[in-house]
Design a protein around this ligand. Sequence first.
Ligand code: ADP
Ligand code: MG
Length: 259
Amino acid sequence: MSEASIYQTLRGHLATLRLAAVAEALPAELEQASSKKLSHTVFLERLLRREVDATLARRQVSLSRFACLPSPWRLADFDFSAQPSVDKDLVRELSSLRFLEDATNVLLIGPPGVGKTMLAVGLGWAAVEAGYQVHYTTAADLAARCRKAAMEGRWANVMRFYAGPRLLIIDEVGYLPLVGEAAAALFQVVTRRYLKGSIALTTNLGVSSWGHAFDDPMVAAAMLDRLLHKSVVFNINGESYRMRAHRARAEAARMVLTP
Ligand code: ADP
Ligand code: MG
């Protein structure tokens, strides 16, 4: 076979194997290999690395999409000096993602505006960037999705969906009352993931008020028991970051306006 027809056959192999990145890089890499007299091993490694890089980049894009994280905040963006009740060392430890290995949960408890969502999302991005499957939902969306699935006879599917990701972020538990079906859905998800996959949960409810927020205090107690069994808890009791920014603006305006 001539060199040209071997080249065509090779391109055919790459198309069959769907190695698009290799196919694209092939002419330039062949050129480099001959001009730099690269060994077969070096040439092959350079070529395959293109495909590996492209595959990893695609996986990253699909993990990012699946995660549905609502903002771009990373843990590095969190201003610890503004929120001294958040233990910086503990956040640093969590950012190593070891907690995902033994299905430890993270509970972020505190009033609105103190950075609970920001921390949960920051953990989410750290996990996505490390190649873990993550999914973010609010408690209200989780309840709505479960309700819809139940009506359509897809309960088992939706439970499998929420059991799947290595990290499930459930934001804003307790903002809306968790009664009836909504409470049952959340309880099922927590139970399915218990000791299998981490949950990062944010809530304005102190642990002692969970009983009142759910119509069935037994369900609330059982859920808390599972969540807390292996968990890291942040009780954030500082002031709202939003209000702080408002105050700083008001202060600045006043200083400008008062002679
Ligand atoms: P929560 O979920 O507790 O209600 P958020 O995480 O939504 O609060 O924070 C409210 C806003 O303030 C967000 O825009 C967030 O990025 C910002 N924020 C809160 N805490 C901090 C912080 N310590 N450093 C930087 N930004 C913060
Ligand atoms: Mg929030």
